[in-house]
Design a protein around this ligand. Sequence first.
Ligand SMILES: Nc1nc2c(ncn2[C@@H]2O[C@H](COP(=O)(O)OP(=O)(O)O)[C@@H](O)[C@H]2O)c(=O)[nH]1
Ligand SMILES: [Mg+2]
Length: 634
Amino acid sequence: MGNQKHVIIGTAGHIDHGKSTLVEALTGTNPDRLEEEKRRGITIDLGFAFLRLGEVSFGFVDVPGHERFVRNMLAGAGGIDIVLLVVAADESIKPQTREHFEICRFLGIPRGLVAMTKSDLVDAETLGLVRLEIEELVRGSFLERAPVVPVSARTGAGLDVLKQELLQVAQATSEKDLKRHFRLPIDRSFATKGFGTVVTGTLISGSVKIDDEMEIYPLHRRVRVRGLHSGGQPIERAVAGQRTAVNVAGIDHSEIHRGMVLGAPGVFDPTRKLDTRITLLSSAPLLKNRARAHFHQGSAEAIAEVILLEGDQLASGQSALAQLRLDSAVVVLPEDRFILRQFSPVVTIGGGVVIDARARRHRRDDVEARDFLETLESGSREDLLAALAEAMPRGLTLEEIRARTGWLEGEIRETVAKLAGVQKIKILGEQPFTMASAAAFEECRQALQQAIEQFHAANPLLPGIPKQDLRGRARRPRTELFEAALADLIKAGVVSISGGLVQRAGRAIALSPEEARAKELIVKEFEQAGLTVPSVSAVLGKVQIEATRAQKILQILIREGTLVKVAEDFVYHRATVAQLRELIARYRKERGDRITVMTFKDVAGVSRKYAIPLLEFLDREHVTRRVGDERVIL
Ligand SMILES: Nc1nc2c(ncn2[C@@H]2O[C@H](COP(=O)(O)OP(=O)(O)O)[C@@H](O)[C@H]2O)c(=O)[nH]1
Ligand SMILES: [Mg+2]
């Protein structure tokens, strides 16, 4: 079981060409599971079956061939590793043979094989002709060298050869990296007796095990994984490449629909605006800017408005950058493939690949936006992250980078470290891990410096600007950017901060000669008063300057720490407070750690008027603690 390789194989082809019959012949399971399908003998929705061949587990997704059910086909086509293109030997290539084949090309399905079914109905010559037509269809595509195997479900001819070829193709498919973020586009949601909600889908990335916490997107609902099934068997852990049924606790099945995604919690960020590169089929009509189209990705579908970013229209067979605005949110990552179908009549017209899942609005002639998208499209990880940082002057957290790129934390940190090493970006902090472009950081630094200078010019008597005001005046950078830029200015010795006030480093408050004299007088008054201080108004009344200026000078002295506000209207000199602390310490040594108001009055030589506010001040300073009528000296 441990070395088992898991691959998803999907059928494709025109209706009645024998897809479902072939799946049953190979696996023993009739994939037409609905009552209506059985009655009418046609596939309407996706069907599933399993096959073990040696070390390979095949999860089969059987799709409907009828043109009316192409949207169901699309919901199943996501996550296919190998396509089994089915062409009936008696009918050869038909419209949905082509449409399904084109869809597989747009989805970037890497490999496949072709089954010529119903070989029992034709002679060898016809078989040869059909083979030629198939070869012409797939020329130049991923199926160019794929095996073309004649089979008959009726006689069993060719089935063993087909199995051998399947195994060969499966062996050539690359092993999946199970460390990627878990993602399972949901194609069904139902309730089972005794178990509750079950969702099924093709596990396209990562892995999941019982008891994991996961999230249903875009609902943002956390659920717990209670059980897992694959191929009808209960399993402990499901991995990418498996058809998976997940029994989830914490949500009713009716809240979940096809198109939603079960994914790793807190990782994805559903979006309605994507920048993409789209390509039109050579058979498609001209596409005009702002045309509407049906968008299909994973098991999801939405209606898209197509904003062409290069020119007013897109000709058949051509490709161009385009922004898609969707009518509902989808979970996508860069490099995800999608299909576009004409709004009406509904036919497949092309497909594309997601470049930026968090697209912003841009003007259609915005050359910079185009450059940005081209970098995201073809640049290295470093190029991509540098471009993102530049486009986001507010900076990016690890979560934001993850949601936009789908990278793992290690990959993000590694790329950030490389860019920080060449001074292209700046790491702002660890909690949360945040970074910004070097340019954005420098800009913020300058904005802060400018705001500080402006504040000093406007408020010569104030020592500095409160930190929060500074942030507001410097265009409100995000906390992490603000803190890092400020810390950098402090480290560089350009500014200093004390008591929550930021000022230009080494700045002395400019006082007029009268103000300087007044300041000296105020200090002296309090210094000489000792513990029995005069009232503030009495002191301020003695100076020769106007009352509000005198008040400001008093505030400066308190902020500087020269004076200490002990209570309303009780201001002491710093030295007096220090002496008081010494006095208390000495008392404790000589007479123990208890003191009453009476003894304090005696020891300090003050009346009750001073004793009470002083003791309360000492309580606040944690020098003493009040216990009943006494104080404990701490
Ligand atoms: N003679 C013959 N008939 C077949 C073969 N495979 C399928 N059929 C018939 O073709 C019809 C359509 O088959 P089905 O599997 O439903 O086609 P699908 O729409 O592609 O899934 C059914 O009546 C089958 O019995 C075959 O190998 N030989
Ligand atoms: Mg069928």
